[in-house]
Design a protein around this ligand. Structure first.
Ligand code: 1GP
Length: 251
């Protein structure tokens, strides 16, 4: 089992949850340093690096900067086949199962596969589902795919189940960076109950209450990105929610 899945399943066995911070490598390194240090201070479990549009070619510098400032494992969240860097601990091998664009279902994966197979990176087969978060997101625009409607949890369940049957090892449901609203608790709950794979939820999470609701609904990992860039304090806020939350116990 990959280290990534070990971290999540270990926390799960203790009825604990995980927090991942998504770092955009395009931002100034000074900002990457302060986010990495805050992640370390607040016991963040995972760092994701990447996004659908990374323009400046600084992935490598950003990863080494993160690793010089914290000991948290770093996983690439790739937007395309060029975002591979062996310094990372691993990479989410995403297939955009909510979309119907073959390039993002299998095309880019084929191009990346030989390099990944020859690398030491942990490769985590991940069913990636884009869910409508109230506005068009970069993922939707760049991938030229439509998100699953927010009020159609049954479509999300069927899509996640298809991913499980194909052998995917975790599900990432994303409302997209900067979404107006996060994925609904109903959808998270239905997918968790039906699929029972590690469930990563991201997009539009900006408050303790939203985080608490999503963890309680069944999210195993929450991802925060934009909200951290707006206010670095969000890392501490959601870390506190995570550390005080024990499944089934009211706080
Ligand atoms: C986006 O899930 C991540 O792919 C994080 O979303 O930037 O809205 O927090 P935000």
């Amino acid at each position: 089992m990959s280290q990534f899945l070990k971290i999540i399943t270990h926390l799960k066995s203790q009825q604990k949850k995980a927090l991942a911070v998504l770092i955009d490598p395009d931002q100034p390194l000074k900002s990457v340093v302060s986010i990495a240090q805050l992640c370390q201070k607040n016991h963040v479990d995972l760092i994701f690096i990447g996004g659908s549009l990374v323009t400046s070619g600084v992935l490598s510098d950003a990863i080494s900067t993160i690793q010089s400032n914290c000991t948290i494992p770093v996983y690439i969240f790739p937007g395309n086949e060029f975002m591979i860097d062996e310094q990372a601990d691993g990479i989410l091998f995403l297939s955009l199962l909510s979309g119907r664009n073959p390039e993002y279902l299998i095309g880019k994966q084929v191009v990346a596969a030989p390099q990944l197979a020859a690398s030491n990176l942990e490769v985590i087969p991940t069913a990636y589902l884009l869910i409508d978060g109230g506005r068009e997101t970069s993922v939707s625009y760049i991938s030229n795919t439509k998100p699953i409607p927010a009020n159609k949890p049954d479509i999300a369940v069927a899509t996640a189940l298809a991913g499980k049957l194909m052998g995917m090892q975790c599900i990432y449901m994303d409302a997209g960076s900067g979404a107006d609203h996060s994925i609904s608790e109903t959808m998270v709950n239905k997918v968790q109950n039906a699929v029972q794979l590690p469930l990563i939820i991201g997009g539009g999470i900006r408050s303790a209450q939203t985080a608490l609701n999503l963890y309680r609904a069944g999210a195993d990992v929450l991802v925060i990105g934009n909200g951290v860039e707006e206010s670095h304090g969000l890392i501490e806020t959601i870390s506190k929610v995570k550390s005080t939350l024990v499944v089934g116990v009211e706080i």
